[in-house]
Design a protein around this ligand. Structure first.
Ligand code: BES
Ligand code: MN
Ligand code: MN
Length: 497
């Protein structure tokens, strides 16, 4: 198949269910505005902006795998070099307990506000690599139904190298055009995909260096290319690994079958019991702190475009599945969930081996909504899981990284500035939406630095982040670079008043 005409079946637009029109015209197109020189600079340098992103995408900065430590470091160095070239001062690649942090800043006047940009240059592993149409670290541009202008296919294209790099290029455009309206600091980390374990310490140790007025992050999505939206909430996360032990060694399933607890039989039964028939989670106390949204709030949420038919088509499923009493959009954002992410044990090689395994394992994630604290939920899970394990088995629960949920206000000056910026470049006011994903450090920013975050994402849910064939629309990449300077402009204007 020719690359130019490849169509990705998974990229249906379930947010609208009809053909996209990409002829969005920015408002007031012909009026002179500040940032005009920056916008011209962006148009004149588009091709280079794409080449540079490709260079970043070619380095497999997989933070989870120690074999790629050198590649992660190389990526940090390249990000630092580009920050310097874009015009940042004091650029450093700072060591942490794990992968390095890239820092850079441009302080033009202490009396002006400071925007702290956060992003991550590390990526998820590319597995299963055989499902990639094109190798994960050899970026190419290909068209899809949702991205008729083409999309960049590569691991990290959307999450988060592409979105992080939009900020570097928007900054370059403002710098080279003499239009940077305030101070800016960059903090680009290399271990977001493994839980940002060293970021808390880094924030504590660098409070002064990181002093700012607002944090700006592009690591989320929007509803559709013609339905701009701003993320106003993220779910929290509690992640546990469970190990269930039966007999002290693997046993012959003929000699011992039927006589001892089979850890795989039992573990799957225990896991199945964590949801009831209405798909509510059965862990006692799990919902105690969950806030029920008012009918008015839910009605507001339901206004966002969503087509269940297109959603199902895109995923090749004949029905959605989830908690009774809630819509798909609600299930994926304002409701907590529990999902097995991996399960293993016993014999999985060629042919049949008759064996009862000594142990069975699973990795389980729980997505949390406001007021559910990850440590409390992990404890409730542990207590319950130990309690439901039958005699003849032993259970071990190991907590992994977690993170607190966040909701961001929509009446702040920063939100208004972001909203105006989208309206300027998309010609439409963005819709506020709560996302189902997690960025645990957003809660930390507020706790440690006392700063609110604006989540200006430009990806689409259908961009396959963490999956094979991750991609990021060219439209989205450039729209992001064009929109960011307006956020700076409006934020400075609004905070002046
Ligand atoms: N950028 C994502 C989170 C995201 C994506 C939020 C889309 C909203 C919309 C981030 O890189 C991520 O993958 N987070 C992890 C959690 C982390 C602790 C590994 C997640 O949500 O699973
Ligand atoms: Mn991310
Ligand atoms: Mn991610």
């Amino acid at each position: 198949m020719k690359p130019g005409i490849y169509k990705d079946k998974r990229s249906f637009n379930f947010r609208e269910g009809k053909k996209l029109s990409l002829t969005l015209k920015p408002k007031h197109q012909n009026t002179k505005t500040i940032m005009e020189a920056s916008q011209q600079y962006i148009q004149a340098n588009k091709d280079r902006f794409l080449d540079e992103l490709f260079e970043l995408l070619r380095i497999p900065s997989i933070s989870a795998d120690p074999a790629y430590k050198g590649e992660v470091q190389k990526t940090a160095d390249l990000v630092a070099e580009h920050l310097r070239k874009a015009g940042a001062d004091a650029v450093e690649v700072l060591p942490t307990g794990g992968h390095p942090m890239v820092y850079g800043e441009k302080m033009i006047d202490p009396a002006l506000p400071t925007v702290l940009v956060y992003g991550h240059y590390d990526v998820q592993p590319a597995d299963p690599i055989e499902l990639w149409t094109n190798p994960a670290f050899e970026p190419i541009v290909r068209k899809t139904d949702l991205h008729p202008d083409g999309a960049i296919f590569a691991r990290g294209a959307c999450d988060d190298k592409g979105q992080m790099y939009m900020h570097v290029k928007a900054f370059e455009a403002m710098m080279k055009s003499g239009e940077l309206p305030c101070n800016v600091k960059f903090m680009i980390e290399g271990e977001e995909e493994v839980g940002s374990e060293n970021l808390g310490d880094f924030l504590e140790a660098n409070k002064e260096k990181l002093a700012a007025d607002i944090i700006l992050v592009s690591d989320t999505g929007m509803l559709a290319n013609d339905v701009p939206s701003i993320t106003t909430g993220l779910r929290g996360l509690s992640y546990v690994e469970v190990e269930l032990t039966g007999p002290n060694r693997d046993l012959h399933s003929g000699l011992y079958g039927g006589c001892v607890a089979n850890p795989i039989n039992i573990l799957t039964k225990m896991i199945a019991s964590l949801h009831d028939d209405q798909q509510h989670i059965t862990i006692p106390g799990f919902y105690d702190k969950v806030e029920e949204l008012s009918a008015a709030e839910r009605a507001e949420m339901a206004k966002a475009p969503f087509s269940e038919k297109s959603y199902c088509e895109a995923l090749d499923i004949d029905a959605v599945y989830g908690e009774e009493g809630y819509s798909t959009m609600e299930r994926g954002s304002i409701r907590p969930t529990l999902d097995v992410n991996g399960i293993w044990g016993g014999y999985i090689g060629e042919g049949a081996k008759t064996v009862i395994a000594s142990k069975a394992y699973a990795k389980i994630s729980m997505r949390l909504v406001p007021h559910q604290m990850p440590d409390e939920i992990t404890e409730l899970f542990q207590k319950h899981f130990e309690q439901i394990a039958p005699k003849g088995t032993r259970v071990k629960v190991t907590p992994h990284h977690g993170g607190e949920p966040v909701v961001t206000p929509i009446d702040s000056l920063a939100y208004q500035a972001a909203s105006d910026a989208y309206e300027k470049t998309f010609g439409k006011k963005p819709i506020p939406v709560r996302s189902g994903g997690s960025i645990p450090i957003v809660a930390l920013f507020e706790k440690v630095l006392g700063l609110k975050t604006i989540l200006m994402g430009f990806g689409l849910d259908s961009d396959a982040i963490h999956s094979p064939n991750e991609h990021f629309g060219l439209f989205n990449y450039y729209k992001g670079i064009e929109t960011i300077p307006y956020f700076y402009k409006y934020f400075v204007e609004k905070t002046k008043k």
